[in-house]
Design a protein around this ligand. Structure first.
Ligand SMILES: [Zn+2]
Length: 87
């Protein structure tokens, strides 16, 4: 369990993350409220554009890792090949 201290009333409480989706705008918000004073804290908020961008970033990261791995393997093989050659 994650215990937090409220920035406003300074009391401790257990983190209970809630999720709200606004039907019309398709905005999704992750937030929590202090049970003592009701102070609301927004964690992550996304809309359609942001979620598409997040998906793009995930794909690009996957592609980046794949390219780095291929490059590193090729460099290793090239080095191995060159170590057997005179120059
Ligand atoms: Zn509070």
């Amino acid at each position: 369990m994650n215990v937090l201290k409220c920035d406003k009333c300074n009391k401790d409480f257990i983190l209970d993350m809630k999720r709200k989706i606004f039907q019309v705008s398709a905005i999704e918000v992750l937030y929590f409220k202090c049970p003592h004073c009701g102070e609301r804290n927004i964690g992550v908020a996304t809309d359609v554009v942001i979620r598409k961008q997040q998906e793009k970033v995930r794909k690009l990261n996957k592609e980046l890792l794949k390219t780095k791995k291929e490059m590193s393997e090729r460099m290793f093989k090239l080095k191995e090949k060159l170590e057997k050659e005179e120059f």
